[in-house]
Design a protein around this ligand. Structure first.
Ligand code: GLN
Length: 204
């Protein structure tokens, strides 16, 4: 692998992928879009699963034949940065739903977990190894529980939850081996620290 120019594949079937591409390019990565199976013939050092609509993404991944090959790469250790819908794709279990998608991250995630009133909001929270990070939430999920070997990177302050969750802190960023999964959208702010952290993982 050429660590000066990591080759980052960004899943580009649906959702907010362009913003990730811009940030990663600005940080010196070679970025390519994954839209069909032949895009996976390239060297890939890292994968971004963007926000959007996880049900739509899951269906398109399967229809396009991308699902199994991507799952195998993640399982084999390909570094992944997953935001919002992307995090839902990774989770082993989606609360209240029968089926999961890649299921490579031992955690339970809840979709649209902040309810209607807090559908979208902005906050800042500490993220382990990084510091304070601006966090934009859009109909976001959070992690209801994670396995012991999943590292919790960030939690939202208790006031962000809907009434059911008012007195708890929600897990909004985790790391498990090669997978970083976030409830929020780091690509929608000018802060690039999350993407730099991801590229460090790719280089490691
Ligand atoms: N609510 C979306 C879902 O369930 C995720 C929202 C997002 O990615 N911003 O897939």
């Amino acid at each position: 692998m050429n660590i000066d120019k990591p080759q980052i594949g960004v899943l580009a079937v649906q959702g907010a992928f362009i913003e990730h591409e811009r940030i990663l390019q600005a940080l010196g990565a070679d970025v390519f879009e994954i839209r069909q199976l032949r895009d996976l013939n390239r060297t890939i050092d890292g994968l971004v699963l963007p926000g959007g609509e996880s049900t739509v993404q899951g269906k398109l991944l399967r229809d396009l034949g991308l699902f199994e090959p991507l799952r195998a790469k993640i399982q084999a250790g390909l570094p992944v940065l997953a935001t919002c819908a992307g995090a839902i794709l990774l989770a082993e279990k989606i609360a209240g739903e029968r089926d999961a998608h890649f299921a490579t991250l031992p955690a339970i995630i809840r979709r649209n977990a902040y309810g209607r009133q807090l559908g979208s909001f902005f906050t800042e929270n500490e993220v382990a190894h990084i510091g304070k990070v601006p966090q934009t939430f859009i109909r976001a999920p959070f992690f209801e529980s994670v396995n012991d070997d999943v590292e919790i990177l960030s939690r939202t302050a208790s006031t962000n939850g809907n009434s059911d969750n008012a007195n708890t802190e929600q897990i909004v960023a985790v790391k498990y081996r090669n997978q970083i999964a976030l409830s929020f959208h780091p690509e929608l702010n000018s802060d690039t620290s999350i993407h730099r952290y991801f590229l460090d993982l790719v280089a490691a």
